[in-house]
Design a protein around this ligand. Sequence first.
Ligand code: SF4
Ligand code: SF4
Ligand code: SF4
Length: 308
Amino acid sequence: MNRRTFLTWAATGVASAAVAPSSAWPGVSRRVPDDPYGCLVDLTRCVGCRKCEQACNTVNNLPAPSVPFDDMLVFDSQRRPTPQSFTVVNRYHTGKVDDRNRLVPTYVKVQCMHCQDPACVSACIVGALTKRDNGAVHYDESKCIGCRYCMIACPFQIPQYEYNDPITPRVRKCTFCFERISQPGGVPGCAAICPVEAITFGKRNVLLALAAQRIEAEPARYIPHIYGASEVGGTSWLYISGEPFEKLGFLTLPHRPIPQTTESIQHGIFAYFWAPLTLYGLLGAIMYGTHRRQKQEQQTSEDKGDGP
Ligand code: SF4
Ligand code: SF4
Ligand code: SF4
């Protein structure tokens, strides 16, 4: 079912059992891939060059940013991924100084973590988000109905919505370069370009061993924590650091998969408040109304001659 079909279907009340069951429903089990790929980000290596941001924009055909990739003034404020930039690098000062008493920065690359048991997948009621064998949490825009449950569910607040696109808004996030890593020898754009090998792509199990090895070999360089090894049940993106993660914008999250929480909330809503089809109908009516209002506004604007 695509967005257009859903709008017609829900707004006219012709609800049927045509929606495929998804992991949001009781009794449907999820499957964590046995041997997914991952990326290990070594924050002690990152020099904040933003080449990964640039590569991400190129491989995903994203628009040029408002601030050029070689402008380091962007580090003056903290940024989050947007529909036009699937990854951003932020700078932190934790109080550490070098031998000349200058503050030492730590740069942190932010993107979808590609959780092992993703809350976004669990929350998506039409299966537009799926966890793939290669580790990617894949988004199928043809299935998305724009309910944005994934945005609410994600513990890392990653999925972004194209609010500015009145016709076919999509949920946007790092794709883990799904097409590239599906090819033999394929590497994500950001990992391929990093000039200091701060990002290592490979099998998640191998990366976990590599991270442990680096921490063990240089205990003064690293704190003894691999972020993503077990947070929210584990993520495909892993981080090691010389500074405590909570000082670098990382959330302290439970080590159990988040879907256990989100699903119990959803089931509670469905069991005691809204029947699912009522909820679909309501969501559809809201979306239909919003869509129609946007079209009217666009038409009025064109009638007034404001248009292109
Ligand atoms: S970080 Fe958020 S959007 Fe990415 S897989 Fe995890 S829950 Fe989904
Ligand atoms: S994996 Fe691909 S989509 Fe994700 S941040 Fe890297 S380049 Fe961008
Ligand atoms: S390309 Fe590598 S060194 Fe440069 S900002 Fe990205 S992760 Fe850091």
